[in-house]
Design a protein around this ligand. Structure first.
Ligand SMILES: [Fe+2]
Ligand SMILES: [Fe+2]
Length: 141
């Protein structure tokens, strides 16, 4: 079952670069979904690599920001990011070995869920901290 990959305003954290990067990740995932539906496996593999690359950049960017503002749950959030990347790399391996549509579909679904999880649930972990400290809408980075 595929995941809804559209951006909704309620996903917004209120920090511009984070929201923009989340939107960017969702858009790569939509392209990935399209390439899978078009049965273009070569393109799907490339987009999976791009997604991992951009996710790593996003996580690092976000972690630097959270460190800068003194978020007390940073170590936990870093572990969460690391887990998501590990999972994505695992998914990529399945992608590379996938011979039939079923395998590829399953791995794409799993990857989408992991990313949606960061955008919606994972980052809610620090949103309340940002609100409490009054950082929402202020661009420090
Ligand atoms: Fe994030
Ligand atoms: Fe995050």
């Amino acid at each position: 079952m595929s995941v809804d990959l559209e951006w909704y305003d309620e996903y917004s954290i209120g920090i511009r670069f984070i929201d923009e990067e989340h939107k960017g990740l969702l858009s790569i995932m939509r392209a990935l979904r399209d390439s899978v539906e078009a049965n273009d496996l070569e393109e799907a593999k490339l987009l999976t690599e791009t997604l991992i690359d951009q996710s790593k950049k996003h996580f690092l960017h976000e972690e630097n920001y959270l460190q800068h503002i003194g978020f007390d749950g940073l170590e936990e959030h870093k572990d969460y990011h690391k887990e998501l990347i590990d999972q994505a790399i695992e998914v990529k391996k399945i992608c590379e070995g996938a011979t039939g549509d079923k395998n590829l579909e399953a791995c794409i679904d799993s990857m989408e869920k992991y990313m949606i999880d960061d955008v919606i649930s994972g980052d809610v972990a620090f949103k309340s901290f940002l609100e409490y400290k009054g950082y929402i809408g202020r661009d420090l980075f």
